[in-house]
Ligand binder design. Structure first.
Ligand code: GLA
Length: 412
């Protein structure tokens, strides 16, 4: 008798990313200059400074950990950078109660020119599982015209077959509209090219002949590309507008705006600064619990830009329990004053089905950057005994250049 056994269908590992992932990655501050001593120090600091308690659980190696493949095609770590080996590093990180991430590329080579996974997907997935990695960022350089869905599904299947649950962070920069096809492939997908440490400045790098060779995107450019994709994000599959540049050279005001907008957009919060040397101000920004709660809200709805008025943008994000996050972003360098008119902000978000209902709901406004700011009560209108105007219908808010003012609107 012929027995037909159906093999278990490979799939994405479930149980990850019910909220956007949080952690740290080596790329934005170290590029390929990584080694085990430095990464252990970063893990130590993440525990000591309360970052793990705040939710940052992954320590992710980016490009540059590799040695060449061996004669059987297996990939290895650079023995100079990682003399104890990646498994020992994983053990160290796990003992801290954290998780560890690794990086590869769907193409022949990684973006920095190390061995890519093309043709070695199943082999590499086995190595990552043996080293007890928890996260794979998978890049898109040197892909030689591969079909993106094919290449990313292949690695998804390889990770599944290797038997160790691994978070799959897709990094093909939005070039094949992954938001349209990747919800069953990865747990997040990059929605844009690479970020640079600039709020709105042009960071073009020129070669020796004066030709532009590389152009990282500014914070506001990334916001504009990522905002329209909100309908595609949700628990288990997030738009990834790239790692954070907080602490990498922007002003504290700009860093606060950058961090806030990433939280408003339910973005993965992957820190990109040298945590060993950061200022207290930077630490305060990245551990703002009120904003982290906005990012990690269980409803899992990416926020929206409702309106632009001059240089001021009005952003809303529906939160669990009837709350909202409400943010004013000033894109200009010049200080501005926003005139907030609650009744004009009554709207229904079709994606979540939630309405602000300012005309009949009482909210308490908690300022998420300025804990000392007086709580504001907002009830524009009410019925019967509840009729009470606690806040003028128009109230003015100063928003300095490149700053945000952000509140949690707590439904009473
Ligand atoms: C690409 C990615 C970056 C980083 C580098 C590493 O540019 O988009 O995030 O991983 O490669 O070389």
């Amino acid at each position: 008798m012929l027995l037909c056994l159906t093999p278990a269908r490979a799939q994405k590992w479930e149980g990850f990313a019910s909220t956007p992932q949080m952690g740290w990655s080596s790329w934005n501050c170290f590029q390929c200059n990584i080694n085990e001593t430095q990464l252990k120090e970063i893990a130590d600091i993440m525990v000591e400074k309360g970052l793990v308690d705040a939710g940052y659980e992954y320590l992710n190696m980016d490009d540059g950990w590799h040695a060449p493949r061996d004669s059987r095609g297996f990939i290895h770590e650079d023995p100079q950078k990682f003399p104890s080996g990646l498994k020992a590093l994983a053990d160290y990180v796990h003992a801290k109660g954290m998780k560890i991430g690794i990086y590869s590329c769907a193409g022949r080579k990684t973006c920095a020119g190390y061995a890519g996974s093309s043709g070695h997907e199943y082999q590499d997935a086995i190595s990552y599982a043996e080293w007890e990695m928890d996260y794979l960022k998978y890049d898109w350089c040197y892909h030689d015209g591969l079909n993106a869905a094919g290449a990313y599904n292949l690695m998804r299947d390889a990770l599944y077959s290797a038997g160790r649950p691994i978070f799959f962070s897709m990094c093909e920069w939005g070039s094949s509209n992954p938001w349209e096809w990747a919800a069953e492939t990865g747990h997040s997908w990059r929605s844009t090219g690479d970020i640079g440490p600039a709020f709105d400045a042009d960071l073009t790098i020129y070669d020796e002949n004066g030709n532009p060779s590389w152009r990282p995107l500014s914070v506001v450019e990334i916001i504009d590309k990522n905002e329209p994709l909100r309908a595609y994000a949700g628990p288990g599959h997030w738009n990834d507008p790239d790692m954070l540049e907080v602490g990498n050279g922007m002003s504290a005001t700009e860093d606060r705006a950058h961090f806030t907008l990433w939280c408003m957009m339910a973005a993965p919060l992957i820190l990109g600064n040298d945590l060993r040397t950061m200022s207290d101000e930077t630490l305060a920004i990245i551990t703002n619990r009120g904003l982290i709660a906005v990012d990690q809200d269980p409803l899992g709805v990416q926020g929206l830009r409702l309106r632009k008025e001059g240089s001021i943008e009005y952003w809303f994000k529906p939160l669990e329990g009837g709350d909202w996050a409400f943010c004013l972003l000033n894109r200009s360098e010049e200080d501005a004053v926003a005139s907030v008119d609650w009744t004009s902000l009554d709207f229904t978000d079709d994606l979540s089905g939630r309405s602000t209902l300012f005309s009949e709901t009482t909210y308490t406004l908690k300022n998420l950057w300025d804990a000392d700011a007086a709580e504001i009560q907002s009830r524009v209108k009410g019925k019967g005994r509840q009729r009470k105007m606690l806040l003028p219908n128009n109230f003015e808010v100063s928003v300095p250049g490149h700053a945000v003012v952000v509140w949690r609107l707590v439904k009473n």
